[in-house]
Design a protein around this ligand. Structure first.
Ligand code: MN
Ligand code: MN
Length: 400
């Protein structure tokens, strides 16, 4: 819930009202990079967020932006006030002077109405955090320009405060993204096409009259870049051409991590069952029920063994705890998986069953594990993993 306190986050002082400057300030009130846009973007992202840690961050900063909106609004109102009675001032912005009575409204500096089209809300947390980092950078530079065009000392103080907070937010969003532990260029779950992803097309060539050049830099040379001539100019004389094949034979990078994470989820779930089932058997009041629990326990122990075997096939480092869930905090740090599981329990949320994906994989594993044929795999999103396991059982079974 929201609560309003009758105190500004930063006390505003205007020595010399300047209606034209007040008009420019509206850019940060009802503009694309303004405070309302920031407040709404983060708060709505927060409502959608399923990561409790970062949801808290989004709600904290979204709420602070509302306080900024109040500061900017108060500041703009003080600068626009002469429009109420001064004809010359009113001419600076008839929309504000005549329709708005010299007060602020949700317009940008050009009188365009605020719109939810300004907001970037994708429902993908890391993508949203990237949008927010960019939004803070834009807000910062807009404040900087306002400061450069400002003559009033009191106004400058308030703008300096607001500008500084944008950098604070940029820092927080950046660290929140970093702590998700996702590889830098990994967005979503579908891997990009190998080959094509590393091709840089030299689509603008030659030199220009104002010193424009055709150049190279870390954005198109070194590392795994393949510098390729413009596809539009290719004559087919053996120059490297656009990689256009689909369905690569080799496994895309990243699928291994996904597979290992899902297998870990399954293993954790099964291990939990091996702890719970003996207690349930001991507490059973009927022999038949106890026998069923014991049978289930034996089967579950078999699953634990097979899952551990699967992880071993994927490489010795995979079966250790060095790689954690892709959505847990502290991923990639040794021992962090256990910490995450503990946190999950503390929040009353059994870690292994938290995601629908894990549940789906568990179900699929039960159907297709062991010696089931590849052809039996259903056309669902875990099919790749099932085929992987089956393939690796054949290919890479370690000598026992
Ligand atoms: Mn702000
Ligand atoms: Mn901000």
């Amino acid at each position: 819930m929201y609560h309003h306190v009758k105190k500004l986050m930063f006390t505003v002082r205007v020595d010399e009202p300047d209606p034209r400057f007040g008009n420019m300030l509206l850019e940060q009130f009802g503009g694309a990079n303004g405070e309302l846009a920031a407040a709404m973007q983060y708060s709505i992202q927060g409502i959608n967020c399923e990561d409790p840690d970062r949801k808290d961050l989004l709600m904290d900063i979204g709420t602070e932006e509302l306080s900024h909106l109040e500061v900017v609004g108060t500041l703009a109102r003080m600068h626009l006030k002469p429009m109420k009675f001064d004809r010359q001032a009113a001419e600076a912005d008839p929309l504000i002077a005549i329709a708005g009575g010299g007060g602020v409204n949700l317009f940008n500096s050009q009188g365009n109405a605020w719109t939810a089209d300004y907001l970037k809300i994708t429902g993908e947390l890391d993508v949203d955090l990237r949008s927010n980092i960019a939004a803070e950078a834009r807000a910062k530079i807009v404040y900087e320009r306002l400061i450069n065009f400002c003559d009033d000392a009191g106004t400058k103080d308030a703008l300096q405060f607001l500008m500084t907070r944008e950098i604070t937010h940029m820092k927080a969003f950046s660290l929140a993204l970093e702590s998700m532990g996702k590889p830098k260029f990994s967005i979503g779950r579908i891997a990009p096409t190998p080959g094509l992803v590393n091709q840089f097309f030299n689509d603008s060539t030659g030199t220009g009259e104002n010193g424009e050049i055709d150049t190279r830099g870390p954005w198109n040379e070194g590392a795994d870049w393949v510098f390729t001539g413009s596809p539009a100019l290719q004559t087919g004389d053996g120059a490297p051409s656009i990689v256009a094949e689909s369905s690569p034979v080799e496994r895309p990078e990243g699928l291994d991590d996904l597979l290992v994470n899902e297998l870990r989820d399954l293993l954790h779930a099964e291990k939990q069952l091996t702890k719970a089932l003996p207690k349930m058997a001991a507490a059973a009041r009927f022999d038949q029920l106890r026998e069923l629990f014991e049978l289930h326990l034996a089967e579950t122990e078999g699953q634990v063994e097979r899952l551990s075997e699967c992880l071993e096939f994927l490489g010795p480092d995979r079966s250790s705890e060095t790689l954690s869930r892709n959505d847990g905090p502290g991923r990639g740090r040794p021992g962090s998986h256990g910490r995450w599981e503990k946190e999950g329990r503390r929040r009353g949320r059994p870690g292994a069953y938290r995601s629908g994906a894990a549940r789906g994989a568990l179900r699929d594993f039960r159907i297709y594990d062991g010696t089931e044929s590849r052809a039996a795999a259903s056309p669902n999103r875990h099919r790749g993993a099932v085929v992987e396991i089956a393939g690796r059982r054949g290919e890479r079974r370690p000598a026992s």
